[in-house]
Design a protein around this ligand. Structure first.
Ligand SMILES: *[C@@H]1O[C@H](CO)[C@@H](O)[C@H](O)[C@H]1NC(C)=O
Ligand SMILES: *[C@@H]1O[C@H](CO)[C@@H](O)[C@H](O)[C@H]1NC(C)=O
Ligand SMILES: *[C@@H]1O[C@H](CO)[C@@H](O)[C@H](O)[C@H]1NC(C)=O
Length: 292
């Protein structure tokens, strides 16, 4: 009871407190786009953010747009990281990171590799975090004559791994080939153990919250549960996140985040893949409150 009285009796203190809050304001938000899109597609989201949190500095990183988003992911991670570091350097109180679709994997890699990333909330908006295995418009457009069962032939070799989609292509019927030839997701998830695993896990765990957003009507992320770290087993039955080996072994910090209470899941039906970032209902219920 004492504190309110002190504030009540001291207008100056109250004023100081209010000033401190205003100066702190909202943390900058950095947005990373997905496959075959770019900053254009995120104007609406940017407006949503500044509408509810006036004055927020929102940066949609303008790199690897459209066709360039097919470049290999490790290459993109380096590029995005430079742009990211430049923004973070000017944000002493840290930032929030919101990444869409393929961008969610780029961001997770970036967070794993950057020892001083200062990211508070990492929002993963319909990202194939556990991989992708499905025929989609995107796939047909990139590999016109391929059905999903055959894509591994293109993807699981050195040349294939130079196309972003292949970097998270996760064919549940070709596990040993995936482990041998995939050079991105298998490393990021620790499916293939590597020397940096401990350091990457520590780096990743510096985030304060992980918010996973996705839903059954997405239409592109397949299985849609991959947006929440679920994936197919060899019978194409969904194995949920907590039963995944990378979770149980806590290879990159997911289990720890969950134990800390810092892993949040947001599921919405009725949202198609390209609408996640411009749906106001999704914004209000899954995004807004984590951007303080
Ligand atoms: C998980 O741990 C088990 C037992 O230590 C090990 O055999 C397996 O290779 C690990 N898997 C991953 C993905 O780390
Ligand atoms: C796949 O299904 C078969 C037949 O129903 C079953 O014997 C097998 O254990 C299943 N495999 C997995 C990984 O669940
Ligand atoms: C927006 O999200 C709501 C809630 O999930 C959903 O019912 C609606 O269909 C979505 N609208 C669009 C245009 O995606």
């Amino acid at each position: 009871m004492k504190t309110p009285q002190i504030i009540g009796e001291s207008p100056l203190l109250l004023l100081l407190l209010l000033t401190a809050v205003c100066i702190n304001g909202y943390k900058p938000v950095i947005i990373v786009h997905g496959l075959l899109d770019g900053p254009k597609q995120f104007k609406t989201l940017s407006l949503f953010i500044t509408k509810v949190h006036p004055g927020t500095e929102v940066t949609i990183i303008d790199l690897y747009d459209d066709l360039c988003s097919l470049k290999p992911l490790w290459h993109q991670v380096q590029g995005f990281r430079k742009a990211f570091d430049a923004i973070v350097q000017k944000a002493p109180d840290g930032v929030h990171l919101l990444c869409f679709s393929q961008g969610g994997l780029i961001c997770r890699a970036l967070l794993s590799m950057a020892p001083d990333h200062k990211v508070h909330t990492f929002l993963s908006l319909s990202s194939p975090q556990a991989g992708q295995y499905g025929d989609t418009e995107y796939l047909r457009w990139v590999f016109p004559d391929c059905i999903k069962k055959e894509v591994f032939r293109i993807c699981y070799n050195r040349v294939g791994q130079k196309v972003s989609i292949c970097d998270y292509w996760n064919d549940p019927h070709q596990r040993s080939r995936y482990l041998r030839s995939n050079s991105f997701l298998s490393i990021l998830n620790g499916d293939r153990p590597h020397v940096h695993m401990t350091a990457w896990r520590e780096n990743f765990l510096r985030i304060k919250k992980l918010v996973l957003i996705g839903g059954p009507d997405d239409g592109v992320i397949t299985p849609w549960q991959s947006s929440h770290f679920g994936f197919y087993d060899s019978n194409e039955t969904i194995v949920e996140m907590r039963k995944q080996e990378f979770y149980m072994n806590d290879t990159f910090g997911l289990k720890m985040l969950d134990a800390r209470g810092d892993l949040l899941m947001c599921v919405h039906s009725g949202v198609k893949h390209v609408q996640w970032h411009s749906n106001y209902t999704v914004f209000r219920s899954c995004i807004e409150k984590w951007l303080n």
